[in-house]
Design a protein around this ligand. Structure first.
Ligand code: S3P
Length: 174
């Protein structure tokens, strides 16, 4: 695998992208960027309020702008929101800018990890498990474009970090 400029953590909500990303950044001594944080800064409100006040399309517009910007730099660990790779332009920019690592997990595991968090507007309906399953299958193709895919269902955060670091060492010699 070719060594690339950034390390991008993507994948479904609740798979640990931000927590894992921060730890990898610390290990490498690289800066960490969470695109949802940048979107919140830009909008001046949290993600669930962006969805409630302006709708998902507006959130996706901000997300595209933030990703475009982040992809211009190098030497960063970046965690994206779970829907980022489903937009062709984002997927292309992210793949060009770095090694894309997709974290996955089984639907029940995702539910157990996200159920107490109210800042996940896409999962607030009556049947979150059904919504998780539907979104996972709609997004399967987009997530499969990642360079490295890691199932975190049976891994804790530190185990996930260890698996990623060992892949980065063997595949990229980082
Ligand atoms: C989304 C995931 C969220 C956030 C927004 C939309 C998605 O980020 O970007 O609620 O479409 O899957 P996390 O994956 O960090 O929860």
């Amino acid at each position: 695998m070719k060594k690339k400029a950034n390390i991008i953590l993507t994948g479904f909500m609740g798979t640990g992208k931000s927590t894992v990303g921060k730890k990898i950044a610390d290990r490498l001594g690289w800066p960490f960027i969470d695109t949802d944080d940048l979107i919140e800064e830009k909008a001046g409100m949290i993600v669930s309020n962006i969805f409630a006040k302006h709708g998902e399309a507006y959130f996706r517009t901000l997300e595209r702008q933030v990703i475009d910007n982040v992809c211009r730099g190098t030497g960063k660990v970046v965690a994206t929101g779970g829907g980022a790779m489903t937009i062709e332009e984002n997927a292309r920019r992210l793949q060009e800018s770095g090694t894309v690592i997709c974290l996955t997990a089984e639907p029940e595991v995702i539910l157990s990890r996200v159920q107490d968090n109210v800042d996940r507007p896409l999962l607030q309906g009556a049947d979150p498990l059904g919504k998780i399953r539907t979104l996972l299958s709609a997004r399967a193709e987009a997530y499969a474009r990642a360079d490295i895919i890691i199932d975190t269902s049976h891994l804790d955060i530190d185990e996930t970090v260890a698996v990623i670091c060992s892949r980065l060492e063997t595949d990229l010699r980082i």
